[in-house]
Design a protein around this ligand. Sequence first.
Ligand SMILES: C[S@@+](CC[C@H](N)C(=O)[O-])C[C@H]1O[C@@H](n2cnc3c(N)ncnc32)[C@H](O)[C@@H]1O
Length: 395
Amino acid sequence: MTTPPPPAGIAGPSTARQYNAHQDGKSAYEEDRAVARRLRDLGLDTKLMADQNRAFVLRAVDHTARDLGIDQVLDIGCGLPADSGPNVHTLVEEVHPDARIVYVDHDPLVRLHADALLHGHTATTTFVEADLRDPDAILDAAHQALDFSRPIGLLLGAVAHFIRDEEQPHALVSQLVDALPPGSALVLSHATDDYAPQVIRRAEALLADVGVQSRARSRTTIEQFFTGLHLVEPGLVPVHQWRQPDAEIAAVPPSEVHEYGAVAIKPAPAGESDAELLGDRAYLSSRQEEGVLIVTVSGMVEDREHPPLRDRLNALVDESTKDVVLDLQGVTFLVPAGLGFVLGLRLELEEDGRRLHLLGGEPVHKLLRITGAKVPLHDDLAQALAAAQGKRWRR
Ligand SMILES: C[S@@+](CC[C@H](N)C(=O)[O-])C[C@H]1O[C@@H](n2cnc3c(N)ncnc32)[C@H](O)[C@@H]1O
């Protein structure tokens, strides 16, 4: 049996403090700076590596919040609060003021800093001291703070490489992803040994000497964390090249950064219901209830018009004579103007003297704001049905 790595502790080795040392941060101890110097002596530019990983995490979170409309984040291995630059909760709150964030880390020092940072902050951002190797405990805590019926962003920034092969990192991540609803996103970055395996093995040995277990992995092995998910463009790439707006940084050789990252979306389960698959990843089911046609769309809509979905919706609407309730609670729009097919439907119904009622959360609300369209948006099905039937809604 192998000896388990020591738990992170305020006095013991801490990858959170070491990461801070790589970034020339204020919270590291002298022993962490010494580790950073020894890694640099091996030829690793640990400042570049840490800075580019952090920048990837922030770009990816911005993408999930802004473009995918995700307003709940489970950030595991969140690290110490940033000395400079935004923290995850502030970034998401810029887009979604009522965002819910659960930070998780196994290091008690991170908890101390998080308690201080979040003191007086809204109760919608919380910190849980837990270990990635115990997903049950993480999920129990997350269920208390997040709404698991709506998409959640699972953030695993530079943490899965601290899980040894025998601890089954892929199974741990799968268990977390399996618990998330469709439309959720996995953001993951991970150290790689693709570019300089010998140097990376020496770095791992050096870290093991100071009590830190780590395992850089190949791109193929890292890609397996995303099995069953839909990778958003540009897929799994060196972190500094992922949607990098700065051409100079994008041109840095990946052999200087040694880290891959990606964002992927959890699709609706195929074949689980009587929903029809339209296009690659959108699902549609429909039923009549008290004269109202209720259409449920889930999965992903990746373009503005989505012809298969538009055509199917038009056919259904033509067959019905009543108002339509379109339930968009389980769908992710990959482009901000992805509601194009809905707006086309609205015009068609209005021409016919009928109304379209939408059911969807803040992402749909936001898309309507962007497009400027006036479509009644409801919180739940009973409310939408009552409105479609012309009844007054009483709670
Ligand atoms: C390199 S830092 C990354 C911080 C942040 N996620 C980022 O990408 O900017 C790794 C963090 O993961 C935490 N960590 C390492 N192993 C962990 C585990 N098994 N469970 C929970 N957190 C862990 C460390 O305490 C540290 O805060």
